[in-house]
Design a protein around this ligand. Structure first.
Ligand code: GUN
Ligand code: FE
Length: 419
């Protein structure tokens, strides 16, 4: 038995409705949560207690959608809508990751920045290049950022310099899967068609088979943009939506995460729910590339699991506190747009999305309930105080969500280990 005991203000979610809070003790056995206690049980009296004072302990934050090779131009080139933005900014930047020296420099910085911003696990698009994708996976294991990484696939409607060709795309992907699937403790490969427009039906079919053969997670974009959806509709006029196209090729499972879903049809929402797909809501990106405001409340009401993503570099910030804050903000615009019918999101709901809902994809992570794997952040919000203000723990968390950043994160644990 390897017992670790932290004492402080503990906050986590069991449900999306209400935060669980406790000033007390978090007991961890190895990498698993043993329990949260107001008074330390007799049997732990002889163990050392790490007293964190007035600091706040929360579960790890999870970023369910971002593009590592777009990191070099975060905060730049956000003056266009999606399809033009891809051609002008995203594709040329991603092409640079064929160069391993360039990739080494940027991926090292990228993963360190994710860690600094409190991301414990993430679902990441790399570029089409297997070698630099492996480099990215190595860095994640090294710096303690877990999750899924995808060498992406494209065989049409992209510049020639990024067009892999169908057979080569599938062969390279399978080779890379075999090289990486058992290599790491924290990181796994994941099937990553960029989105339907850049993937032929043959490629999507082959990727569906690989996802099934190796029991892998799948990650892509869904129903993000009107122009994108028109391309899909023209190619598959007999199908209802992006969701039906992915489903036709076996790419919607309970191991699938799809970014955005701004314009889902009613059938598509039902399908996502039936298949157990998780949606990555990326509010900052949705505004930046002027894609639209997703109907998050409607999808939650359908029972769809929804986590949060930064979508670097459609989004410019790696900080998942920003995603929480902006999810609340965008939901208020949606509430107005719905004539005040679709309730906006609460702090408890966005915190749940960033922790327990996102964590579901990776296994039992994202909460402090007994048996969960111990991923956690220790937060210090003393920079917000001028005088003793007697805020509740819920109020302090709300303020961190809206005002906090990496400076408020003082410790980060992943799978029981401090990084
Ligand atoms: N759809 C296809 N590629 C991309 C991308 O790089 N970013 C976003 N936001 N949407 C996409
Ligand atoms: Fe994206």
């Amino acid at each position: 038995m390897s017992i670790k005991i932290l004492k402080g203000n503990i906050v986590y979610s069991e449900t999306s409705k209400k935060l669980k809070t406790c000033y007390g003790y978090l007991v961890v056995d190895g990498e698993l949560i043993e329990g949260v206690y107001e008074t330390l049980p007799e049997c732990y009296q002889d163990y050392e207690v790490k007293d964190l004072g007035d600091r706040i302990i929360i579960p790890g934050l999870y970023d369910l959608h971002l593009h590592a090779p777009q990191f070099p131009y975060r905060g730049l080139g956000l003056d266009m809508q999606l399809m033009e933005w891809l051609d002008t900014y995203a594709f040329p930047t991603e092409a640079r990751f064929s160069d391993l020296e360039f990739a080494e420099k940027y991926y090292d910085r990228f993963v360190q920045e994710m860690a600094k911003n409190g991301t414990c696990r993430a679902v990441i698009f790399s570029s089409i290049h297997s070698e630099s994708t492996k480099l990215l996976m190595n860095k994640m294991e090294q710096y303690g950022v877990g999750g899924f990484v995808g060498k992406i696939n494209m065989d049409m409607l992209c510049p020639d310099y990024l067009n892999e060709g169908t057979d080569k795309s599938l062969e390279d992907t399978e080779r890379w899967i075999l090289e990486t699937k058992d290599k790491y403790d924290l990181v796994k490969p994941c099937i990553t068609p960029r989105f339907i427009p850049t993937c032929s039906s043959g490629l999507l079919q082959g990727l569906g088979k690989l996802a099934n053969k190796y029991n892998l997670a799948t990650h892509s974009h869904i129903s993000e943009d009107i122009d994108e959806m028109k391309i899909v509709h023209d190619r598959y006029p007999e199908l209802d939506s992006d969701g039906e196209v992915y489903d036709k090729f076996g790419l919607l499972t309970n191991r699938t995460v799809m970014a955005h879903c701004i314009y889902p049809t009613a059938n598509e929402m039902d399908l996502l729910k039936i298949r157990g797909v998780t949606i990555a809501h990326c509010p900052q990106s949705n505004g930046n590339v002027a894609a639209g405001i997703p109907p998050i409340r409607k999808m939650l009401n359908k029972g769809i699991n929804i986590g949060l993503g930064s979508d670097i570099s459609g989004g410019y910030s790696l900080c998942i506190f920003r995603a929480m804050s902006e999810a609340v903000y965008l939901s208020k615009l949606k509430w107005l747009e719905s004539k005040k019918k679709d309730d906006f999101l609460s702090v408890a709901e966005v915190f749940y999305m960033a922790t327990k809902a996102g964590g579901k994809l990776f296994g039992n992570v994202g909460s402090f309930e007994k048996g969960y794997i111990f991923d956690a952040l220790v937060l210090d919000d003393s920079n917000f105080y001028v005088d003793q203000e007697n805020l509740t723990i819920e109020e302090r968390l709300e303020r961190i969500i809206h005002l906090g950043d990496d400076r408020n994160i003082v410790q980060r644990y992943v799978s029981g280990k401090k990084y």
